[in-house]
Write a protein that binds this ligand. Structure first.
Ligand SMILES: Cc1ncc(COP(=O)(O)O)c(C=O)c1O
Ligand SMILES: N[C@@H](CCCC[NH3+])C(=O)O
Length: 439
């Protein structure tokens, strides 16, 4: 059994996280329940920052809040001194509600609306990562109308095929994101930006994908981008202040996953950027990164109650839990794999192999196939590990299932940070026939 962060098994054979007995957490908050190990999040944040400090490199580590956003989470991110990556008006609104320092917010997205750009300008956020020509023109015109300057990064696709699931690849030529680095789009974008008296180009952004274990892709992306920056330096006299290498650092979901430590990813990046800038006679830029999954992924555990069971003799034993693709869509979407244990009987011998079914009305709502467990019974608690990234943030109300609450645990204390959705919440936006309402 692999235990992440502060997780341990206590004398009663119960899973503990952050010094809290998960059986007691279930008694207090019910199931399903997302539990976050705050100490693990803090230690990851510090690990990413530490390497830049050690090598004397100016940096920003921006938490990619798409992985998990809530007011308390962003307060924690701020407490740890990180910056923030938002990708929609909703994520920006949450950041503002959390009183996140606006100058440390970076705004992403391949189709930002005029309203979202106005919102970013109203709040005078740190920088907008411009993704395409439509956005570039719109932003210039908005800034011109408002006579307001804004810092931007240009997002480029460096033409790198990282080794990960096709749906979470982003750096290849055939991608919806960013200006192509090779076919002249990136140069045109730079020329337009330099021409605008309102757009202050800090540098370049690239992100090659997610759940990546090797450093080769990051290093190749850095090299390609720096070579381009060197050409731009000669052609336009452009001196980049920032090189943003995105996020995508992999984590261990199962024993097949062999991630590097944050320190290793960062150290290799720094080394490559230093080597290439020296070779190309460019000044060393600030390095910005945007980890999402690697900050919160294995800090999250979902606790479920076991309910029904169906044995298909000689075929399979289905064991159903009180959640599923509504709180974790990743197995259905990416065939993602997870490990799990019985949180209330963690030391019991594994006696059978079962498949964990969600409660949604979809045959594809299967959370884990072929999981060895002690014979699970009704009301046993299943703890599924590593659900902290893209779990709650991709949760949905399919079958009108309310979203579970989120608690933070640290030093033996638990704190509710997102309440359980209620049935009333589910119909809150409904307008019954015949009832008058404003749009
Ligand atoms: C631009 C950008 N930055 C950062 C991230 C965060 O990625 P991850 O959660 O894999 O670290 C993503 C998601 O893939 C992204 O698209
Ligand atoms: N949501 C995806 C990753 C996409 C990352 C965002 N660009 C996942 O769960 O793995």
């Amino acid at each position: 059994m692999y235990l992440h962060g502060t997780a341990s098994i206590n004398d009663e054979g119960h899973l503990e996280i952050g010094g809290c007995d998960t059986v007691e957490l279930v008694e207090k908050y019910g199931t399903p329940l997302y539990v976050y190990d705050v100490e693990l999040i803090r230690s990851r944040a510090r690990a990413f920052k530490k390497m830049f400090d050690k090598h004397g490199v100016k940096s920003q580590v921006a938490y990619a809040s798409k992985a998990f956003s809530s007011i308390a989470m962003l307060q924690l991110v701020h407490e740890e001194g990180l910056s923030l990556d938002v990708v929609s008006g909703g994520e920006l609104y949450t950041a503002v509600a959390a009183k996140f320092p606006v100058e440390k917010i970076h705004f992403h997205g391949n189709n930002k609306s005029e309203e979202e750009l106005e919102m970013a300008l109203d709040h005078e956020i740190g920088c907008i990562v411009v993704d395409n020509f439509h956005e570039l023109h719109m932003l210039h015109h908005l800034c011109q109308e408002r006579k307001q300057n804004v810092n931007i990064l240009l997002r480029v696709t460096p033409g790198i095929e990282a080794h990960t699931h096709d749906y979470i690849l982003t750096g290849q030529e055939d991608s919806k994101f960013g200006f192509d680095l090779e076919n002249g789009q990136a140069e045109t974008a730079l020329a337009i930006s330099l021409d605008s008296e309102y757009l202050n180009v800090l540098g370049i952004h690239c992100h090659i994908g997610s759940q990546i274990f090797e450093t080769a892709g990051f290093l190749l992306a850095a090299k390609k981008v720096l070579e381009k920056l060197s050409l731009w330096n000669n052609e336009y006299g452009f001196v980049p202040k920032v090189l943003n290498l995105g996020g995508g650092f992999g984590i261990r979901y199962t024993e097949e996953d062999k991630p590097l430590s944050p320190e290793e990813y960062v150290e290799e990046m720094i080394h490559e950027v230093r080597k290439e800038t020296e070779r190309l006679s460019l000044p060393m830029p600030e390095i910005w990164i945007e980890p999402g999954r690697s900050l919160v992924g294995d800090a999250g555990t979902t606790l479920y109650s076991i309910g029904s069971r169906k044995d298909v003799p000689n075929v399979r034993k289905y064991v159903a839990i009180d959640g599923g693709m509504s709180d974790n869509i990743r197995p259905a979407l990416y065939d993602a794999k997870y490990e799990a244990i019985l949180a209330n009987r963690a030391l019991d011998k594994q006696e059978e192999v079962v498949s964990i079914a969600g409660k949604c009305c979809e045959s594809g709502d299967m959370l884990i196939w072929d999981l060895p467990l002690p014979e699970p019974g009704t009301n046993d608690i299943l703890a599924v590990f590593c659900t902290g990234a893209y779990g709650y943030s991709m949760a949905n109300n399919y079958n009108r299932i309310p979203r579970p609450p989120v608690v933070f645990v640290e030093n033996g204390k638990s704190r509710l940070v997102i309440k359980r959705e209620t049935y009333e919440d589910l119909v809150k936006l409904d307008v019954p026939y015949g009832e008058k309402t404003t749009i």
